[in-house]
Design a protein. Structure first.
Length: 195
């Protein structure tokens, strides 16, 4: 065993494997930096810009050309950043300062709406805020497997506990393999098995 550990070939293989793993680890970050992501959001922005300018949707060829142009622009942009071309450039400084000024002006003119304005807006647009109907229910099962007359037992339960609300009825029916209640909005139903 000692002879194998002193073997120069083994040292060479171990050192080579170490450098190979180090190279893969370092280049993994570089690969992710060289990836250009182009998703539905970008595609929708391109189409919206075209439609705003030309008052129509782009054809397939125009869209392909626009996508190619945007990808090429992103490649040049990333390469320019890698070469630090954005540093000490007067045009870029002016453009960034201009964008910052637009942002600060927008924030400065932004006013918190008062309650009346919000309520008026809500009333005018109430249909946008409606959610689909949701029901919650409490269930009590009365089965013929456990009772002679489930319908009569159901009536008796409602007379005894119906006025107290569904929580008073919990555990009064036959055992359930699923929850007693499903809550969103309230209504009560008592089931009894007819077979």
């Amino acid at each position: 065993m000692r002879k194998i550990l002193k073997e120069p070939l083994l040292h060479f293989i171990v050192i080579g494997a170490f450098f190979f793993m180090l190279y893969g680890w370092v280049n993994e970050d570089r690969d992710s930096q060289e990836t250009i992501y182009f998703d539905d959001y970008d595609m929708n922005n391109i189409i919206a810009s075209w439609e705003m300018q030309w008052k129509r949707l782009p054809t397939q060829e125009e869209l392909k050309s626009l996508v190619d142009l945007n990808i090429r622009q992103e490649i040049f942009y990333q390469e320019a950043l890698k070469m630090n071309l954005d540093h000490n450039d007067e045009i870029i400084k002016r453009r960034l300062a201009q964008k910052m000024q637009f942002l600060s002006n927008d924030l400065a003119t932004f006013k918190e709406p008062n309650r009346e304005a919000l309520e008026d807006y809500y009333e005018a647009n109430a249909d946008k805020y409606l959610s689909p109907f949701e029901f919650s229910f409490y269930q009590i099962i009365l089965s013929r497997d456990h009772r002679d007359n489930p319908a009569a037992d159901a009536e008796k339960l409602l007379k005894e506990f119906g006025a107290y609300g569904p929580e008073a009825l919990q555990g009064k029916g036959d055992p359930l393999p699923f929850p007693f209640d499903y809550r969103r909005s309230y209504f009560l139903r008592i089931f009894f098995s007819m077979h």
